[in-house]
Design a protein. Sequence first.
Length: 318
Amino acid sequence: MEEQKQTLSVIIPCYNSEKTITHVVESTAEVIVSLGYAPEFVLVNDSSKDHTFDKLRALAAAYPYVKAIDLSRNFGQHNALMAAMNHVSGDLVVGMDDDGQTHPSQLPKLLDELKKGYDLVFGHYDHKKHTAFRNFGSWFNTFTAELLTGRPKGLKTSSYWAARRFVIDEACKYQAPYPHIQGLFFRITRNVSSIPIEHFEREFGSSGYTLKKLIKLWSAFTNFSVLPLRAAFYLGILIACAGFIGAVVTIVRKIMHPAIAMGWSSTMVVLLIMSGIILLFLGIIGEYLGRLFMAANSTPQFVIREKLNCEEPKRDDS
């Protein structure tokens, strides 16, 4: 009797990828089959402006192992990933992009590392095909991730990863409207590794991430740590102490040199700095309160308009 193959599920959030997604799926399926796994793809159209879902529909019709999901509006990459993770059935799960940069030729490296006993493996790029601005954003994202999510220091990550099924099942229990996939993963396990892989050029188009979207994605870290609030508290204490010391120095100088005129410019500078800091941390507090409000309001992570070749998800989508 032939031994049943393990299923390898590939989840791909799709946005304006009508020119690339067919090649990505077909080339990746070839690699998966050559490695001895049964393939499964969960493709989520995040309200693309082109004909991406038509391509996903065609793939679902041609290949029974392709699941296609169409979201009702643009929810963002991480929400689309959550929608995909709620529909996987594989023993192992791989996250990829829709543009060909996370190339299937690198998949054996991730799976070989996973076989060493890790729960989660990231591919990382020594040389990225990104702009200097995007690379700076990645560095800043890494720095804050280590501070706020408990990400192991020195661990390099990317959107190309492989995980065991239990990690995915546990992540799907998170139902708040602002998920951050890596934050969820690091909350589940520290048995994580990363390996260097090659970063390929984007085949068509450009990144859909604008500065606004990158800031919104970064702010999702507040779901996993109260460190920004603690930073506000300690910075407030530091500024209060500095203000007290400054007040004492000013009084002493005025007593010793009565002719010294009080400076309007220095007063305005202090006011502007203090006002900026106050508004900054009021914004951070407001972000926490807003996310609590959205979660209490049962704001959905995603809403599905249509799905093909899909069984019932692990939880209610509504």
